[in-house]
Design a protein around this ligand. Structure first.
Ligand SMILES: Cc1cc2nc3c(=O)[nH]c(=O)nc-3n(C[C@H](O)[C@H](O)[C@H](O)COP(=O)(O)OP(=O)(O)OC[C@H]3O[C@@H](n4cnc5c(N)ncnc54)[C@H](O)[C@@H]3O)c2cc1C
Length: 282
């Protein structure tokens, strides 16, 4: 289908984009890679009156070391993330997003702002306890990943706010793994699991698990985390903790999978991800 009519403006800077958004009101939208927004517009599920294009802003792109972790420009594309091995599990998850064409256009800021629970990067940022830096007409603020995702495709960003950067804390000393189950290669996740494990003397010192597509928002698998934290790391404790991975989830049924099948997948993928992150065999 053809999108409804809209005005188009190419932003010259982040400040220019924020001013244009504020002037455009609630019907104005940022356009980054366009790989989530344009399909919605073509289906007429979104009909913004103004698109403010930030796709050409070099100041929004790049990865820098900061505070022991990384500051990632909000307009950094998935393809760039995928090529930065130092980003660990975020690079791995980015490499599993769709196909190379999508990764060449889609951006981390667009993925987080879109708030689709089936997206890969939101659950990774949640597990890493990262945050986003945003700028709006009222100034700048930081939003923790845990406060960003409010409901299905709904975030705590105000209509005039732009994600300028994504803060990924250091995960040095943590083992990590990302497991994604899809029907075909390069598809969206039916379920995805990001696991981070910090171990010492054969025990789990700390663990964080982010779930993709298990609720209207990305989720932490808190019951599984609580079961493993402090426990010896062996195949038995990992399997027992993974059995709790779907506790508190609310996965939507769809053409690919029933809610019960998704819960099953969450348990299986969490077991695999925890084993890989903790280096546990069997
Ligand atoms: C065929 C296909 C397959 C895909 N498969 C996957 C997949 O497997 N996994 C996955 O995670 N994703 C997948 N995606 C989505 C892809 O990763 C998108 O590129 C991404 O979700 C959105 O990024 P974008 O830059 O394209 O955002 P856009 O489409 O330009 O924007 C999306 C939303 O974010 C807002 N926005 C954009 N940038 C900012 C910013 N800096 N600050 C505030 N708001 C902003 C826009 O206003 C809009 O509301 C797929 C997309 C396609 C087309």
């Amino acid at each position: 289908m053809i999108p409804a009519e809209f005005e188009y403006r190419r932003a010259e800077s982040v400040d220019d984009a924020v001013a244009a958004l504020a002037a455009g009101g609630e019907e104005a939208k940022l356009l980054a890679g366009g790989h989530s927004l344009l399909p919605l517009m073509k289906l007429r599920l979104a009909a913004p009156s103004l698109l403010v294009d930030i796709g050409g802003l070099a100041e929004l792109r790049g990865v820098e070391a900061a505070d022991g972790g990384f500051s990632i420009g909000g307009g950094t594309r998935h393809a760039e993330l995928q090529s930065r091995a130092e980003l660990g599990v975020l690079a791995r998850a980015a490499s599993l997003i769709a196909d190379q064409q999508v990764r060449n256009r889609g951006t981390i800021g667009g993925s987080l702002a879109h708030g689709d629970p089936a997206s890969d990067l939101p659950a990774v940022l949640l597990a890493a306890e990262g945050s986003v830096e945003v700028r709006g007409a009222g100034g700048e603020r930081s939003i923790a990943a845990g406060d960003l995702f409010q409901d299905y495709m709904t975030t705590s960003l105000a209509p005039d706010e732009l994600i300028t950067a994504v803060d990924l804390p250091s995960i040095e000393g943590w083992g990590w793994a990302y497991e994604k189950y899809a029907r075909r290669a390069e598809d969206w996740a039916i379920v995805g699991v990001c696991a981070l494990v910090r171990a010492a003397d054969g025990r789990c010192v700390d663990v964080r698990i982010g779930l993709v597509n298990m609720a209207p928002v990305p989720l932490r698998a808190r019951a599984a985390e609580d079961a493993l934290r402090g426990a010896p790391l062996d195949a038995g404790t990992v399997a027992a903790a993974a059995e709790l991975a779907a506790e508190g989830s609310d996965p939507p049924g769809d053409l690919n999978a029933s809610p019960e099948y998704k819960r099953h997948l969450a348990r299986v993928l969490t077991r695999r991800a925890l084993r890989a992150a903790a280096g546990v065999d069997g």
